[in-house]
Structure formats: C-alpha cells, structure tokens
Design a protein around this ligand. Sequence first.
Ligand SMILES: Cc1cc2nc3c(=O)[nH]c(=O)nc-3n(C[C@H](O)[C@H](O)[C@H](O)COP(=O)(O)O)c2cc1C
Length: 225
Amino acid sequence: MTTPRWYTALQQAVAQHSNSSLFQLATVDDAGKPCIRSLIHRAFLVPPSRPAFPIFVTSTDIRSAKVRQIAHADTVELVWWINATLDQFRISGLARVFASPQRSIPHTAVECGGINALEMSGVDWEAKRRELFDAVSEEMRASWCRPAGMPLKVGEENDWPTTVPKPNEAKTDREKELAELALSNYAIIAIDPLRVDWVQLGTKPYQRTFFNRTEDGWSEEAIVP
Ligand SMILES: Cc1cc2nc3c(=O)[nH]c(=O)nc-3n(C[C@H](O)[C@H](O)[C@H](O)COP(=O)(O)O)c2cc1C
C-alpha cells in the first residue's frame, strides 16, 4: 500500500508554502442545505499501518454550526487551492469531531478506514487536541471564551478576554478558569478522504485526475480537464 500521488503533492505544497494552509470545507445542514467556510489546516496524521490513508486535522469551536452539521451528516467535501503550485484538490470524505471528553460529540462515521487505522495504532485524540490547543496564539484561545454564535450585544466585547494562556502556564485563578473554558469549547475535526479530484493548472496541457479509495489503496483515472 503506497502513498497516493495526490497526497505527496498536497503535503509537499503545504510544507513548502507557508501561506497554503487554508481550505474551504462544505457540510450539509439538517435541511440538506450546503454550508461552506474557510478553515486552517492544522496537521496531517498518517496511520503507520495504512500510509495510503492520510487524515487531515483542523480545529474549531464546539458550539459552531459545522460541528452540529457533522454530527448529523458526516460526509463532507473540501476544496484546497494551492496558489504557489496552481493545484486544486477537491476532496470528499468522512469527518469526525473530537471534543473535550466531558463534551464529546455523537458521530455516525464508523467506516472511516484511516481514522480507524490511526486508532488501532493507538492515536490519543485528547493529547492531539491539547497539543494543537497549546500551539495556537493567546489571542486565538481567547476567541473560545466568547459567547460564539450568539447575537452581539452593544459593547459586550469590552468584557471579553483578549488573551488566554495555555492551561499549564495559567497563573491566577482567572487565567486558569479562562484556559479551561477555552479548552472545553475547543475541538478538532479529523477528515478521512475517500475521493480526490486533482486539477493541475501548472502543467501544459492542464491535467485532471480522479482518485477513489479502494480497500487497500487508491484507483486513479485521468479525466479530460
Ligand atoms: C482565513 C480564515 C481562516 C479561518 N480558520 C478557521 C478555523 O481554522 N477554524 C474555524 O472554526 N473557523 C475558521 N474561520 C472562520 C470560519 O470560516 C467560519 O466563519 C466559522 O468557523 C463559523 O463557521 P460555521 O458557522 O459554518 O460553523 C476562518 C475564517 C477565515 C476567513
């Protein structure tokens, strides 16, 4: 089972171009309406026993609409445009949300071959969630202490914290309380790709390739671009 070409290209592009970490993720709500938003890629996780099944990790607020939507419908699609290499990756797959153990999210995604393989290899989702939480800025952590998604009342932002330390660096009781609150609202989303549509605009002529995940790898088909 070998690493698929599309993943090698995407992973290298993201590693080499620091401004290539943004993609757009589409979910559907419970009325079937598509909902799309920009997200920052946080990590690739590759199951040691299944290197052909890489997992994408991004992060969010547990109170956001996308978390409710994934709990209801775990099939998602993302599009990732890499300006530096002129590649577009449109990737569909299954998503699963990993939240604080006290606030775990129900999920229906049982057929996630990559996520299942990671779990067989002993991945610790809670440790990963905390590692990524610690890696963001103090300003970003403060955003998970706001009443996210609620109507904004005039002047209320003056009461919001502007910075929140990592839990293990919080000194005062107030800092500890805020760090715990932010961490409890913080979740990571793992995406297990099943189909990839790779458009290469950096080649002449352009190329378009469909990849479909199989039992133990990926099938590949060139498409007229
Ligand atoms: C450049 C950029 C990066 C963003 N990165 C994230 C992110 O990593 N996680 C996130 O939850 N929202 C991120 N957002 C905000 C989302 O696009 C979206 O507005 C928010 O998550 C609410 O989405 P929802 O209501 O559909 O759940 C980002 C927005 C922009 C413009």
